[in-house]
Design a protein around this ligand. Structure first.
Ligand SMILES: [Zn+2]
Length: 470
């Protein structure tokens, strides 16, 4: 039998940063994994990368992306190929995408549909969350199969979007009990759908149709109330819980209260909620359509909420910074030109997350280097059952490695990004720090601003059962 040629690589003299460590050493990679880490390693490799003066991080993990997602007869504009490739350019080597069950159909059908789009196309590694939009006896019977056979251990729920995605509280309790039994985790879009529907209808009746009213239809209380309710249900069922894309002080305080009864609820925020605020919805006046670029749910909030979220990261209440990457071309956004409720929700960030968080977080003294790795890489791997294969630099871990120049300045722009979307949420932003070289399972996939792998290079990552503790 012919032996496959495996190239070994030595990364020399980099400053290695994990969630807990910070030291200068060499990393020896052979095959798909890290084989040794040490000072002046006396091992010859097929090739050597000099990382002197550079930071060396574990590959980033973005556990909240929507690639090739069907929406109102169209699809989010990044496919699994273009989205994961853009992620690699930005130092994110693994993403978790969402499979959406259709109400009245099985989880299995939905998974088959998503596999048909992702298999053989992704350039970077990926996994799936399963969104349960119709919990009944048939769905209940499928949970075990998802966990045991498919390696899908996280189940997404929506407390909003009635008639399409939302489940009610009785379904939520039933799902939590089953997921707890099978060793999984329930994640949630925590906003009060009924209150939002009421406000959307009111604004439309009054002829208030610009993107600003998307924001005004989802006030802070809608998120705070649902976050508290979800935490209560997770406590009652003892099911591990995770709130996606948290944006505001009221919602974080609901989780803070839950911790007072010794409950743990994981919290994810997204890079845009740390950096952008609601003034963008009316930067050009209350009728301005530019704000459609930031029409997402929940919407951007206020400056005080950004402060709360940064503090929450340092307080250990916010564990993950993701993106909720869900790009739409400007022509798609224009579907809602005359009615904010028809604007496809979502914003592109999969490529920018690691560099923006470094520049604005570490560079501006808001978080430490170790905290950066923790919230951008490690915690997502732990919470979602991929650690220590992913999320750290250790002997035996996948050689997913980012070599990063902390001093190089560059400007973000739709002209230079690799996401398949014709605008940037961060056009003209100056960032300090740049991804130089990226390894995925031992292969150099990004170097000198070039992607060196084709579509299909990415692997589906089966995940382990989880405990709700990290
Ligand atoms: Zn999302």
């Amino acid at each position: 039998m012919k032996e496959t040629v495996v190239m070994s690589i030595k990364i020399k003299n980099g400053r290695i940063i994990t969630a807990t460590d910070d030291y200068i050493a060499d990393i020896f990679v052979d095959g798909e994994t890290i084989k040794a880490i040490g000072k002046d390693l006396p091992i010859d490799a097929d090739s050597t990368i000099d990382a002197s003066g550079k930071l060396v991080f574990p590959g980033g993990i973005d556990p909240h992306v929507h690639l090739d997602m069907p929406f109102m007869g169209t699809f989010s504009s990044d496919t699994h190929e273009t989205g994961t490739r853009a992620a690699l350019f930005g130092g994110t080597t693994t993403v978790i995408d969402f499979v959406l069950q259709k109400q009245g159909h099985s989880l299995k059908e939905a998974l088959a549909e998503w596999k048909s789009r992702a298999t053989g196309t992704a350039a970077g590694d990926y996994s799936f969350h399963m969104a349960v939009t119709d919990f009944n006896d048939n769905t209940k019977a499928e949970i075990q199969e998802m966990v045991e056979n498919e390696g899908i251990t996280s189940f997404k729920t929506f407390m909003a979007y009635k008639g399409a995605l939302m489940i009610d509280d009785s379904q939520m309790i039933g799902l939590m009990q089953e997921v707890k039994k099978q060793g999984g985790l329930v994640t949630v879009h925590a906003t009060n759908g009924d209150v939002i529907d009421f406000l959307v209808a009111k604004h439309k009746r009054e002829g208030k149709l610009s993107p600003l009213y998307h924001y005004l239809s989802q006030p802070e209380v809608t998120e705070a109330e649902a976050s508290g309710r979800f935490s209560d249900m997770a406590d009652y069922t003892d099911c591990p819980g995770y709130i996606v894309h948290m944006t505001c002080e009221g919602a974080l305080n609901a989780v803070r209260n839950a911790t007072r009864r010794n409950q743990k609820v994981f919290v994810e925020t997204c890079i845009q909620y740390l950096l952008l605020d609601a003034s963008l919805y009316e930067a050009g006046g209350s009728l301005d359509f530019e704000g459609a670029k930031w029409v997402m749910s929940p919407p951007l909030r206020q400056k005080k909420d950004q402060q709360t979220l940064w503090a929450g990261i340092n307080q250990g209440l916010v564990q993950v910074v993701a993106t909720d990457h869900c790009p739409f071309m400007w022509a798609q956004k224009l579907m809602g030109k005359d009615d904010f409720s028809k604007i496809p929700n979502g914003h592109p960030a999969i490529e920018n997350r690691m560099e923006l968080l470094f520049s604005e977080g570490v560079g501006k003294g808001k978080i430490t280097l170790n905290k950066y790795v923790e919230v951008a890489c490690t915690n997502a791997a732990k919470i979602f059952g991929m650690f220590p294969r992913k999320g750290t630099l250790a002997v035996g871990s996948d050689a997913d490695i980012v070599i990063f120049d902390p001093n190089e300045k560059h400007t973000l722009s739709a002209k230079t990004h690799h996401m398949n979307v014709d605008y940037s949420g961060y056009e003209g932003w100056e960032v300090t720090g740049k991804v130089k070289t990226v390894l995925l399972r031992g292969n150099v996939v990004i170097d000198a601003n070039k992607c060196l792998v084709e579509k299909g290079n990415g692997q589906f990552i089966k995940r382990n059962k989880v405990s709700g503790k990290i």
